[in-house]
Design a protein around this ligand. Structure first.
Ligand code: ADP
Length: 152
């Protein structure tokens, strides 16, 4: 059976940190679906079409990586996609506390799912989408924080 992982997030916008987790996930899975959430309680800074377009551009030469938008529960999206793995990155102990509860709830909702966590490389720990948005909103240059080859 194909090992399909879903990498869910807001990707508002994709950063070098996200890119690194996806690239490191490639040898572990047959397919990685980058799932861009239409989160009801977060109003996005960048429109969904742009967020999808940038991720598609970054991974256009890697057929194992596909990019989709989704709304609703992540585990429902995993079921529909035949994915048995949720890939997430862990930056800090705060991430761990948050991911532990999300991961445990996801397991209750869909017992077949396994969450797989990759520790963020040290050079990416302080890169967050929210910092990129902040710098961008004041007209700063964000190119060093986002994947090469895209422009916001
Ligand atoms: P969410 O809104 O679910 O937090 P994000 O787009 O912020 O979505 O993050 C999606 C995933 O990417 C999460 O697992 C998060 O821990 C991981 N991530 C975010 N920033 C980085 C980074 N700099 N390095 C590695 N992983 C990261």
């Amino acid at each position: 059976m194909k090992r399909i992982a879903v990498f869910p997030g807001s990707f508002d916008p994709i950063t070098k940190g996200h890119e690194s987790i996806i690239l490191r996930g490639i040898p572990l899975f047959d397919e990685i679906i980058v799932a861009v959430g239409l989160n009801v309680d977060k109003s996005p800074y960048f429109p969904i079409e742009k967020r999808l377009q940038w991720i598609r551009e970054v991974f256009k030469d890697i057929p194992k990586v596909t990019v989709k938008g989704y709304s609703g529960l992540t585990v429902d999206f995993c079921r529909k996609s035949n994915a048995l793995y949720i890939l997430r990155g862990l930056r800090t102990s705060a991430d761990f506390e948050f991911e532990r509860s999300v991961g445990q709830v996801n397991k209750k909702l869909y017992p077949a799912i396994e969450s797989v966590f990759l520790l963020t490389l040290p050079e990416y720990v302080s890169i967050t989408s929210s910092i990129v948005r902040q710098v961008h909103s004041y007209g700063g240059d964000v190119s060093q924080f986002i994947p090469d080859g895209i422009r916001l």
